[in-house]
Design a protein around this ligand. Structure first.
Ligand code: RB5
Length: 149
């Protein structure tokens, strides 16, 4: 499958079950889910987990990334430290659409201790079914990119 259909998923120990549910959900929709774990419940460090996924998106190996931790916040912060990554925590479908449409986000972060599985899957669907609108939003995304330079 081409990289354009490949989505990396990563989490810490707090979000293993939800990550696996999201992986199965997107795989059933025709995406290639590259689930980099973990699979066992030992405590792990969300900065490592977020950075590994983010590097796979920044390199072009995967088109998009989905990261998860207890709140979604810590792993999002780590992912955003990798140049080229635009990742936001989403706990509602409107935000999930808008970070694609206006911010051209290439990663989304979810909080497994915040969201039920049903809402989490709807948020993922909203993110994946929305395209970047470009135009005036491209100017602003370019300004974000310039901050990395
Ligand atoms: C782990 O206990 C927890 O701190 C982590 O999953 C996450 O919520 C951090 O932002």
């Amino acid at each position: 499958m081409s990289a354009s259909k490949r989505i990396v998923l990563s989490s810490d120990h707090a979000a293993i079950e939800l990550r696996q549910a999201v992986a199965g959900h997107i795989q059933a929709q025709g995406w290639e889910a590259v689930d980099i774990g973990p699979t066992t419940p030992e405590s792990t460090h969300y900065p490592d987990r977020g950075a590994e996924a983010a590097r796979m998106v920044a390199s072009g190996e995967c088109a998009l990334g989905i990261v998860l931790c207890g709140t979604g916040q810590g792993i999002m912060m780590a992912a955003n430290k990798v140049p080229g990554i635009r990742c936001g925590v989403c706990s509602d479908t409107f935000s999930a659409k808008m970070i694609r449409a206006h911010n051209d986000a290439n990663m989304i972060s979810l909080g497994a201790r915040v969201l039920g599985e049903g809402l989490a899957l709807e948020i993922v669907d909203a993110f994946l079914s929305t395209e970047f609108e470009g135009g005036r939003h491209a100017t602003r995304v370019d300004m974000i990119k310039a901050l990395e330079a």
